[in-house]
Design a protein around this ligand. Structure first.
Ligand code: ADP
Ligand code: MG
Length: 249
């Protein structure tokens, strides 16, 4: 589904991404890990079109999308979940997800239907999938922090992405919320046939939910493999995980 080859991005002579490579198969959950400053966020920005690479290829379903603007990348089926998702506080849970579904289906709006009924089926299905159906009528300002995070995922799903990219989706969450959110993402990927590429600092979660892990250091890909082999890799231990204790977390 996604193949990144020899990607390079420099900022004033500094190589933030320096020949990184990555591949993601349909239905896979792939994590990118690496120390602060390794180039993870830059890599994601390059894939989603926020940044233009100096060199390299980004193939999505076989087509090179390197350098396309974000809205075009989004149309091709890549959704980026921002750390801050736009939730409209005064609208209900249902309305917030409905807006996302409508935004994607803008071309097929039926002018003879009242707005409140548009895309209702799709919207309700998403709410059921994420477990928010019983809170569909709640005003968002009154949601708990955890439910709000789940709503943000539901809004992302509203654009019917094939590939979801999340940069530290659990930043600022408690360990319990982190575990719940990542488990939910993993379940959604299985249920809805989604593909997920994410970056996350909770190693325990990464190793428990990722099908494959790519380790980045100084803009380069050290290894991309199944968790067991990444955990056992000597270079990874030396470069990042800092020894057997952290690795076995
Ligand atoms: P990570 O997400 O792995 O922590 P980043 O991709 O955010 O790493 O950053 C990689 C390196 O590139 C860092 O040294 C960072 O300071 C630098 N960098 C990122 N964005 C910019 C930018 N817009 N201008 C200059 N340097 C940047
Ligand atoms: Mg980052």
């Amino acid at each position: 589904m996604l193949r990144v080859n020899e990607l390079v991005k420099t900022f004033g002579g500094f190589k933030a991404v320096d020949g990184a490579h990555l591949h993601v198969a349909p239905g896979e959950v792939v994590a990118v890990i690496g120390p602060n400053g390794a180039g993870k966020t830059t890599l994601f920005h390059l894939i989603t079109g926020q940044l233009v690479p100096d060199r390299g290829e980004i193939l999505f379903k076989g087509k090179n999308i390197a350098g396309l603007p974000p809205h075009k990348v989004c149309r091709r089926g890549i959704a980026r979940s921002y750390q801050v998702v736009n939730v409209f506080d005064r609208l209900t849970v249902l309305e917030n997800v409905q807006i996302a579904v409508l935004a994607r289906q803008s071309k097929t709006w039926n002018l003879f239907q009242t707005a409140s009924r548009m895309c209702l089926e799709d919207t309700i299905r998403i709410l059921q999938n994420v477990g928010l159906a019983d809170k569909a009528d709640r005003i968002c300002a009154n949601l708990s922090h955890g439910d709000r995070k789940v709503l943000e995922i539901a809004i992302t799903l509203g654009s019917k992405p094939e590939l979801i990219i999340m940069d530290e989706p659990t930043a600022g969450m408690s360990p319990e919320e982190t575990a719940a959110t990542l488990k939910l993402m993993q379940r959604l990927c299985r249920q809805m046939g989604l593909t997920l590429l994410f970056c996350e600092h909770d190693m325990e979660m990464v190793f428990s939910i990722a099908d494959r892990i790519m380790v980045m250091q100084q803009g380069r890909t050290i290894i991309q493999d199944i968790p067991e082999r990444v955990r056992a890799d000597k270079r990874v231990r030396e470069a990042y995980l800092g020894g057997a204790d952290t690795c076995s977390a």
